[in-house]
Design a protein around this ligand. Structure first.
Ligand SMILES: C[S@@+](CC[C@H](N)C(=O)[O-])C[C@H]1O[C@@H](n2cnc3c(N)ncnc32)[C@H](O)[C@@H]1O
Length: 339
């Protein structure tokens, strides 16, 4: 088992590692950092090399715990790990212990993708599991029990798949004959359903797999809750850093950072300032983000869709951002009501 893990570990490239380290350590003081998505531990390992940094790391995947143990042993005073979802950030970080930086590197790690027993990769011929950890259902449950309308909705909205209707119909037809057990069976159904490959650069199964993975792990609900908890816990002047990979994640992060920032100037200098009425958790945010450098794209093509955004917390007291959840209700409802 260890042999497998270590050979996989060699292929794990933490995305935009240099950029993450630079954005953290340019602050020349003691830092308390939360790594919400420990994964292969790339960020935590690199940051622990700095003498003035303490880290609490989280990951919902219990396989991350064994990698984290090594760091806990090497840095007993500086590093702690919790097998927990970041929507529960407030359970592990107490309000009196305010972090300077909170990092979210969203989605799957290469370690999870390359472990075919997890069923995340369409190259796998194993069970269609797709649970990151601390999940309530598997993709196999979804595929074999969800009705056609809900399946279509999941694939269309969470996968942004134009041929969701056809794929859902063919899943229902196939499972009427025999339960869909393996990734290969699901791949064949999707391939047979897709008339056109609208984007030749991506596999025809990508969007359906993305949809199932997001649904099984309630990823948009997690992200929204995680961002809200992070803004509640972080120190005034502290930073939230998010690396997103697909358009739904990116939309959510961009909206949150922009709409809860002090961006909008007063419409007229003769009008009273509105700054007291606005929920401005963050300093000015003008949709600026970083993308991987060309050298990283060559080394790790999977990083091509990464966007790194960061927002700095203002001194405004936390007011629950109800309207943020309203805005993305469509996704939250699908993840929590469908089945
Ligand atoms: C892209 S990887 C992170 C890689 C990491 N930055 C590194 O340097 O190795 C994302 C990790 O986040 C974890 N994850 C995803 N959603 C999560 C959530 N809601 N709560 C906690 N961990 C989560 C996944 O299990 C996965 O291990």
């Amino acid at each position: 088992m260890n042999v497998i893990i270590s050979s996989l570990e060699k292929k794990h490239f933490p995305v935009m590692l240099d950029e993450v380290v630079q954005t953290c350590v340019h602050i020349n003081k003691d830092l308390f950092i939360i790594d919400c998505t420990f994964g292969g531990g790339g960020y935590s390992k690199a940051l622990l090399k700095f003498p003035n940094i303490k880290i609490v790391a989280l990951d919902r995947d219990k396989s991350a715990a064994s990698r984290a143990k090594i760091l806990e042993k090497d840095f007993p005073e500086k590093f702690t790990f919790y097998n927990e979802k970041f929507s529960n950030l407030d359970k592990v970080i107490k309000k009196e212990n305010e972090p300077d930086i909170i990092i979210f590197d969203l989605g799957l790690s290469t370690l999870q993708l390359q472990d075919y027993s997890r069923g995340f990769s369409f190259k796998s011929n194993e069970k269609i599991d797709m649970q990151m950890g601390l999940s309530e259902i598997s993709a196999e449950d979804v595929i074999n029990t969800s009705d056609e309308k809900n399946l279509k909705l999941i694939i269309k909205i969470l996968g942004e798949e134009q041929e969701a209707g056809k794929i859902a119909k063919n899943i229902i037809k196939a499972r009427a004959i025999k339960k869909i057990d393996t990734v290969t069976e699901l791949v064949r159904i999707i391939e047979a359903s897709k008339k056109k490959n609208y984007n030749k650069r991506i596999n025809v199964c990508t969007k359906t797999f993305q949809a199932l993975r997001i649904f099984v792990n309630k990823e948009t609900t997690e992200l929204i809750e995680g961002l809200i908890k992070a803004s509640q816990l972080i120190k005034f002047g502290g930073k939230i850093i998010v690396i997103s990979f697909h358009s739904i994640e990116d939309k959510i992060v961009k909206y949150y950072f922009t709409n809860y920032s002090s961006n909008k100037s007063n419409p007229s200098r003769y009008m009273p300032t509105k700054s007291n009425q606005k929920n401005s958790f963050f300093e000015k945010y003008k949709n600026n983000f970083l993308t991987p450098e060309p050298e990283e794209l060559i080394k790790n093509p999977a990083s091509r869709s990464a966007k790194l955004r960061e927002a700095v917390r203002t001194k405004q007291e936390f007011i629950y951002p109800k309207e943020f959840k309203e805005k993305f209700k469509k996704y939250i409802d699908i993840e929590n009501d469908t089945l």
